[in-house]
Design a protein around this ligand. Structure first.
Ligand code: SF4
Length: 443
């Protein structure tokens, strides 16, 4: 039996997975494990997987080969694979390729992990009370001043390219009282920067709307929750992701003007072509999306905008792609995360449509948008040159501060010798680059 039980968690994918891994860390700590700084020293290695694209899954198969070699040499290491791969593996095909894993389970089933470990290793001393709902597990967070708070898991939209509704199930919203209690607790422990997480976060419907204050000006539950979070003393910056364009109603747009809201909105568009949007089952049109962006810009002039785009979706013609390019220009995005379409087994897109855009053409379209984005990003960043911006200092190393502005642009300030991390400061921007604003903190 090992002297100490140590875990190592490797996380792939989105911020939601990061927050789930923090919950897993909290769970393991509560039953007697401590964190290992290296995978080699861990008795339990957990892979929290992402299934959004094929290469994210391929990396897990590669890692399993390495772990298999260690096991063959006689090392007693338990391997657990959780997250989206396990969630979406309805026919057991993925599991067959992951024989090295001792455990394979969707994220919400993490509550069973201590029992499974105890069954596999009866001599390891596992004990503790475990919540029945994984969202009630206290996350063990890595950062002192910043925190992710999941308010919703799963999704009802079934976009035809997406594995999330299969991997995470239908939308489930946490009670507002529970979310607000978590944020209050984080604020009491010094957190000042909060990111609320959900798959289509502005679809949020509170199971307990009676928890909102009678003074709350909104009826929309998501806008109401944002207003409540804004009232919490100690919290200074609020960000949320990811929004669905269909649910950007007037109140959610108005909530972008709440005082602690960062000056940034991430609103995935995926395509600028109505026929592609229809095949993707996005349920809105290009005109709807442009109208939302126009209303957002009116409500909060100067807001930075980000989006997600998929190029090379089934049936995407050159004209469809050009419509996306035109939409990009019209919205004038600060940043876009562009992906080349990769069909995922089990999704409607894979069942209904041919993956008929060649890989070379997907790459070309990706590059066109990437070049456009980088040109845009630099041009938009240059607006901040010689201006003073409010920034959140996330870390200080060798007297240099790193963090983000309210527009979520990366910053680097060279005069941070008197500065501690985790503070909101003003910064004079001397130089604006594509991926960095450089300058000095104003003391
Ligand atoms: S809204 Fe669409 S893309 Fe987003 S998680 Fe739901 S199904 Fe996936």
């Amino acid at each position: 039996m090992p002297d100490k039980l140590r875990y190592f968690i490797q996380t792939y994918g989105c911020q939601m997975n990061t927050n789930d891994s923090e919950r897993m860390a909290g769970l393991l700590k509560s039953v007697g494990f401590e964190e290992s700084s290296t995978e080699q020293e861990a008795n339990l290695v957990v892979f929290n997987t992402c299934s959004v694209r094929a290469h994210a899954e391929d990396r897990i198969y590669g890692r399993m080969e390495e772990l298999s070699e260690r096991k063959k040499k006689g090392e007693d290491v338990l391997v657990a694979v959780m997250g989206c791969m396990a969630g979406r593996d309805k026919n057991g095909e993925l599991r067959k390729r992951l024989q090295t894993a001792d455990l394979f389970f969707p994220t919400p089933d993490m509550v069973n992990l201590p029992r499974w470990i105890a069954e596999l290793r009866p001599l390891w001393s596992i004990s503790g009370d475990i919540a029945e709902d994984y969202l009630k597990i206290q996350p063990l967070r890595q950062k002192a001043k910043q925190a992710y708070v999941t308010i919703q898991t799963g999704c009802n939209h079934f976009c035809t390219y997406c594995v999330v509704p299969y991997a995470r199930g239908l939308e489930k919203n946490r009670p507002a009282a529970e979310v607000l209690s978590e944020v209050n607790d984080l604020a009491a422990h010094g957190v000042i920067d909060i990111t609320l997480l959900g798959q289509a976060i502005n679809d949020y419907r509170a199971p307990d709307p009676g928890s909102f204050s009678p003074f709350n000006p909104y009826k929309n539950h998501f806008a109401s929750l944002l207003w409540e979070v804004n009232q919490i003393a100690g919290i200074e910056r609020v960000h949320w992701t990811a929004a669905h364009p269909l649910s950007m109603d007037d109140e959610v747009i108005d909530a972008l003007t709440l005082p602690k809201q960062v000056n940034y909105l991430h609103l995935p568009v995926q395509s600028g072509s109505n026929s592609v949007l229809h095949r993707m089952n996005r349920k809105y049109t290009r005109e709807h999306y442009l109208d939302v962006i126009s209303r957002v810009k009116t409500a909060r002039p100067g807001i930075a905008l980000g989006t997600d785009i998929i190029v090379g979706f089934s049936g995407e013609s050159e004209q469809d792609f050009q419509n996306t390019v035109e939409l990009f220009k019209e919205c004038d995005f600060d940043i876009s995360y562009t992906a080349q379409y990769s069909p995922r087994s089990g999704t409607l897109g894979n069942r209904l449509y041919q993956d008929d855009v060649t890989e070379d053409e997907k790459k070309r379209r990706w590059q066109v948008l990437q070049d456009l984005m980088e040109e845009n990003t630099l041009r938009k960043n240059q607006v901040y040159a010689d201006k003073t911006l409010e920034v959140f200092v996330e870390k200080v190393e060798d007297n240099v501060a790193y963090g983000t502005s309210n527009e979520l642009k990366n910053i680097r300030a060279i005069n941070a010798d008197k500065l501690a991390a985790g503070k909101i400061k003003n910064m004079h921007i001397a130089k604006a680059l594509t991926w960095l604003l450089e300058g000095e903190i104003v003391f």
